[in-house]
Design a protein around this ligand. Structure first.
Ligand code: ATP
Length: 302
């Protein structure tokens, strides 16, 4: 096996409860993840000279935002796996980018999860998904979830994941902003806004879990929540009008995805999802409008 190709989904947070900053600088999270059928594709090819390299296939604009070399999370994943397993071979990692960059959809984390799986294959290191989890957690809070996908509860700083019993397939519309938003700056704004306020330990709402268990899209729409909303809107006030547009189009729920700036709308069905997409695109409220379904599995071989 000299090369392996995998696909990896984007993630959204159906709820994102954020607690007070911890001593290590991270915030405790209580979240429910869902993986969406918006996939990056990663091809890892064996490099016998021992070099690790990355090449990104995307629009010119997006490529400018995806780091080259070791700043790319995919290469950090390859380097970590190599360090842990003592492999000497290298890899060329080719990324076909579909997940919007810095959009609150964990695109970089997705590429890291995908690279762990693809390099594990070409290097014959034989680790199970379970064995890859601690490496994934070291790479980033969202990375372990993307190994598995589906619906899952995330605790700790997001890295401890447990699957959620759920039924149903959900129709989402994503309003992708022209410019990404740095996750670190949104958390810094959250800290600034909550300074002097009592920030409760985050919890997951029973209503949301009940909605997933019964596959009730209307109830799920009402239960969507994101504690980073105020911070993201403080940095990007214009997102409020995007959220309002989706609500006017009768979305079952409208929230900011993760740390933003992507706005997320839950639709009743395919037709309604198209209505919302048309309303958003017609108003010119965002750079791109994407329809997606969830949940879908995590990293998969192509
Ligand atoms: P987070 O996972 O922190 O919520 P996000 O989903 O908002 O982040 P990403 O698409 O992961 O955003 O990009 C965040 C930053 O990570 C980018 O601005 C970029 O500098 C860096 N990055 C590193 N590797 C990658 C990669 N493979 N794809 C995209 N961005 C990457």
């Amino acid at each position: 096996m000299t090369s392996a190709t995998v696909r990896v989904p984007a993630k959204i947070n159906l709820c994102l409860g954020v607690g007070p900053v911890r001593d290590d600088g991270f915030h405790p999270l209580a979240t429910v993840y869902q993986a969406l059928d918006l996939h990056d594709e990663i091809r890892a090819s064996l490099d016998e000279t021992g070099t690790l390299s990355v090449v990104t296939h995307a629009t010119e604009e997006e490529r400018a935002d995806v780091p080259e070399g070791m700043d790319n999370l995919a290469l950090q994943a390859a380097a970590l796996l190599r360090e842990e397993t003592g492999v000497e071979a290298g890899a060329e990692v080719a990324i076909r980018k579909v997940i919007p960059v810095a959009g609150g959809l964990a695109g970089g984390s997705a590429d890291a999860a995908a690279t762990l799986v693809a390099c594990n294959e070409i290097w014959g290191t034989g680790l199970s998904r379970h064995d890859l989890e601690p490496l994934a957690a070291e790479l980033g809070s969202d990375v372990p979830f993307l190994l598995h996908g589906g619906n899952a509860i995330g605790g700790g700083r997001g890295e401890t994941v447990s699957p959620v019993l759920a039924r149903g397939s959900y129709h989402w519309v994503l309003a992708v902003a022209e410019q990404g938003l740095s996750t670190a700056s949104v958390y810094a704004e959250f800290d600034r806004l909550t300074e002097g306020r009592e920030v409760a330990d985050p919890e997951i709402s029973d209503t949301l879990l009940g909605a997933l268990r019964s596959g009730d899209a209307e109830l799920l729409g009402l239960a969507l929540s994101n504690d980073l909303t105020e911070a993201a809107l403080s940095l990007r006030p214009e997102l409020q009008s995007t959220l309002n547009l989706g609500r006017e189009a009768e979305a079952l729920g409208a929230i900011i995805s993760g740390s933003g700036p992507t706005c997320l709308f839950l639709a009743q069905d395919e037709e309604h999802s198209l209505d919302i997409a048309i309303a958003l695109a017609g108003a010119g409220a965002c750079a791109d409008v994407v329809q997606a379904r969830g949940p879908v599995p995590g990293v998969r071989f192509v």
